[in-house]
Structure formats: structure tokens, C-alpha cells
Design a protein around this ligand. Sequence first.
Ligand code: AMP
Ligand code: MG
Length: 397
Amino acid sequence: MVEDYAATLPASAAEMASLLDTCGLALAEDLCADRDFPPFARSTRDGFAVRAGDVSHLPARLRSIGEIKAGAAPEQSGFIVNRGEAVEIMTGAPVPEGANAVVMVEHTDRNGDVVIVKRAVAVGENIVAAASEARCGDVMVARGTRVNHVVAAVAAAIGRPEIAVHRRPRVAILATGDEVIDINLRPGPNEIRNSNSYSLAAQVQTAGGEAVIPPVAPDEADELALLLRKGLEADLLLITGGVSMGKYDLVEQVLASFAAKVFFTGARIQPGRPVVFGEVTSGKATTPFFGLPGNPVSTMVTFQLFARPVLDALAGATPQPLPFAQATLKSEFTTGKGLTRFLPARLGGTHQRPEVEMIRWQGSGDLMAAARGNCYIVVPPDRERFAAGEAITVLMM
Ligand code: AMP
Ligand code: MG
């Protein structure tokens, strides 16, 4: 449902930005090859450029007629390799005319001008043909892709110190709760610091958004209404707390007074069951909002499962599947049936055998358990008992 809704949202405007400032933002243009990749037939080894036919009978004796290093100007590398000849060549250097393979230096001996080749090579071996990775004009990375280290390398390789990216959508993050205080204040004995706004801000920034954090809203309708109104001026409003069944959980009530359109008020998951999704229209503007449960782990999980696709769309990013993986369960456990659960866990092991260990926790308020984890074990609603050694799905944090 969220994904369908997200598909209808317009992406934020495009702007040019310095490549170094674009990590996590979505491309607003295709990155196209400005020339062939590679631009010349490139040797992938240090060795000798040869004619494959010359080294089919071993050992083969060839005459070395010179050397080509990476970056060599054409006049220094303009050799033509004729029958019985070889040119010493370095990794990254252009393969000379006439040659059609490179023999690794490890498979040769050298005696003055004579190269003794001890292993045969196939035509094309240790050479990447010109334009075999991309042709000039080809799309190397499509618009909508988030800039990461790979995309940054492509942009650099095509000579783009500036690239077009989508602006960061503004995401207001409103924490609620009389017991919740700003983090620069000293908590009284019955108070806790507002951690949710900061976990969400980090998740928002990673997803290419700009986090805006107003003061914490009290569990009091009028002031909550004021802060919600203000929050709805952003491109997306995230509210934490105040959406459960408690007497002072006022968020839904206040949003109802704004004639909010509510798409759902819960999900059969744990943590995060009371998650709310809707939108408020005032004048010409419509702002989507999520009411995320206040327990810190619930907030994190529900952002990732539900709010993230909406932010992706606003940020101009092509929808991505959730980062699921499979691992072997290290220890047995039991849970209740009926809900899909996302339980903090630690993925480790080796590449032959990725293993996941559940982290003991005190429930969805247990921030410390989440902090020791790097993923969630995903428990389907129809299972309650899992044995050590079983394969199980995890969702990366
Ligand atoms: P609520 O969803 O308002 O019922 O809150 C559920 C639990 O999460 C309560 O124990 C709250 O104290 C806690 N909580 C709510 N908001 C925050 C916040 N911003 N930071 C940390 N904990 C919170
Ligand atoms: Mg509350």
C-alpha cells in the first residue's frame, strides 16, 4: 500500500551539486559514458604483448622490441608486433597493434632481447577490448540511483565533478510524550531523553532527506495540534509516540481534527504494531505522515518498513527492495504466533556459513539490544519454534 502511494509522489527538484556532497542522494540525470570504456584495448597484467599463435608451441622464443607503460604517449607505444615479436607491457597500458594477447610476466624468462614464453595464451587473454565495458554515450548509471561509492567512481571516471541530484526533501520529526525531553536538558527521575528524533534523523539523512526537529510535543491536544500543523509544512511528517491505545495517545485524535485521510492504523508486526499512515490536505498541499510507535526499536523498524519507501520517492530514488538475507540460526528460540516479528540480532559467521544470533532483549523499548545488533531476524506469523542450524531470513538494519 505504501509502495503504491509512494509511486504517485513527485520527486523533489533537481540541482547541480559537487560530487563530494552527493553521497546518499538520488541521481537526477543518467550518467553517460563520455568516451569508450576502456578507451583503448587495455592490458590487465604486467607481462608481454604477443601474438597468441606465436606461443602455441612451448617454450616459445620471441624477440622483445620495446616496452609500453601505463599512460605512455602514443609515440612511445606505437609498436607493431609482428610474428616472432613481443612488447613488454604493464597493467593498464594500451595493447600494441599486432598483438592479441598478453602473457603474464610470471610465465616468462628473459635473456637480453629474447623472451622465453613458458605458457600459451588464448586470443584476447589478459586484454579488455576497447569499448567492451561501455560505448561512448551509453548510460552507465541510471537516474534515480542513489550515489554511493560505486556511482561516485563512475561520475569521476566520466569527468563529472558536479552532477545533477534531487534536493533533500524536508522531513519533520515530531516526538511526543510528557516524559520525553530534549537531549540538552537534564532528565528528572521520571523523564527520558528524546532518542527517537535522532535515530529517525539518521535514517532520514541516509535516505537522502533533511531532518527538521521541532521541540518535543506534550501529551496535550492544543499544543500537539500546533506542532503537528507546523510539522505538516514539511514534505513528510514523522511523529513518534502517542499512537497506541493509551488514554494520552492523542496523535490520531488531533490529526482527525485536521480531516486527515488515514490509510491504516496498525500492522500485524512486532515491534511496531500501532503504526499509522495517512495524509493531510490543507489548501493545495498534501503532506503524508506516519505515526510511529514511541518505543525506540518500534520507531526504527517502522521507519524502515513503511516510511522509507515514501521518503525514497520524495528523494527521487528508484524503489528498492528491503535488504533481506538468509543465515543459519545459531541458537534455538520460541516466540508467539500471529505477528511477523523483527527481532534484533547479530549477523556474523563467514562467507561459507553466515550465522545469525538473536540478541536477548527486554522488548521494543530495548535500545541497548538494538545497539548490539546489525540486523533483525524476521519471524513469519505462522511459526513459533526455531531450532539451531535452521536457515532464517534477516533484514539488515
Ligand atoms: P508511546 O508510543 O507514546 O506509548 O511510547 C511508548 C514508549 O516509548 C514509552 O515508554 C515512551 O516513554 C517511549 N518513547 C516515546 N517517545 C520516545 C522518544 N522520542 N525517545 C525515546 N523513547 C520514547
Ligand atoms: Mg507517549
